[in-house]
Design a protein around this ligand. Structure first.
Ligand code: DAK
Length: 259
């Protein structure tokens, strides 16, 4: 598939995925969703990709929400369909078995914040702004913003942000635990790469297990403790485990095969 709204590049095992509609502040239209799904089902699973970095084009926005111009005249049925489809695609990202980090380089509003929250970890530049302004447009969030914001920052503060539609600055987002680190914009990609490189030195099998266990905590009907027992047990049959323990005992750095 040729991507028209997303830039992709694989470098040093990192897949760089950049939402590329800077004139519309990287607003997420239907085509972006189709391309995002394609990236995560066709490109990101390739062996040469060990992790994914998602950011926005330009210096102003990660993504300023769903494309308002596109859904302005939707019917109830079309609204539900759009929401279900977006949620499905963001779930693919959230449960992806390789680390996915959002480098939030500016506005992350509405669907843009929902995309960032579907990633495993978020870093932000100090000019970043976060919010779920949907209520100001007469809609509720539709891409799981009510769920993931509540999971990440707690019910009280999430409800306030969701009810007021207020925008918060990066430092406040850091205080609430919505992002893990804040830094000047020129350092954002390098710091995100450093974090990804640290993760990529670990066992890919174990990292995938961590992703699954953490997700289990938030999945209805799934017992996260049992998931952990399963994942932990499975590790004992992997080459990564043999390599990790052998490296420790022989006082050398592990070189994980990822199997
Ligand atoms: N959609 C489309 N275009 C957008 C956009 C958006 N979300 N955000 C910005 N743009 C466009 C602007 O229209 C403008 O285009 P031109 O007028 O130049 O053609 C261009 O980007 C630059 O924006 P501004 O001129 O407004 O730039 P400023 O620096 O003055 O302001 C801003 C930046 C981020 C504060 C402002 O652009 C803004 O308030 N943008 C809208 C933020 C927002 O409300 N985002 C939507 C959140 S709600 C649904 C499922 C999901 C959703 C809804 C329904 N269904 C299932 C039906 C999700 C909704 C959302 O994401």
């Amino acid at each position: 598939m040729d991507y028209e709204n997303i830039l992709t590049e694989i470098r040093d095992s990192i897949l760089y995925l950049t939402i590329n509609r800077p004139k519309q502040l990287n607003a997420l239209n239907k085509a972006v969703f189709t391309e995002l799904e394609n990236v995560f089902t066709e490109l990101a699973p390739k062996d040469e990709v060990k992790s994914i970095l998602i950011t926005g084009s330009g210096e102003k926005a990660f993504a300023a929400g769903a494309d308002i111009k596109e859904f302005a005249d939707f019917s109830v049925e079309e609204g539900k369909e759009l929401s279900a489809n977006g949620q499905r695609i963001f779930k693919i990202i959230e449960t992806f078995k390789k680390p996915v980090i959002a480098a939030v380089n500016g506005f992350a509003l509405g669907g843009g914040l929902e995309l960032a929250m579907a990633c495993h970890i978020r870093l932000a530049s100090d000019n970043a702004r976060f919010g779920q302004p949907e209520v100001s447009l007469g809609v509720t969030p539709g891409y799981a913003g009510t769920q993931r914001l509540t999971q990440l920052i707690g019910k009280g503060k999430a409800t306030e942000l969701l009810m007021t539609g207020a925008m918060i600055k990066a430092e406040e987002a850091l205080k609430f635990g919505l992002v893990n680190y804040v830094m000047p914009q020129e350092e954002l990609i390098t710091k995100t790469e450093e974090l990804l490189k640290t993760i990529m030195k670990q066992s890919p099998v174990a990292v995938a297990g961590v992703i699954q266990c953490v997700d289990a905590y938030f999945t209805d009907g799934v017992d996260g403790f049992k998931t952990e027992v399963e994942e932990f047990g499975k590790c004992f049959g992997t080459e990564d485990f043999r390599e990790g323990t052998d490296a420790f005992m022989n006082k050398r750095k592990a070189n994980f095969p990822g199997k």
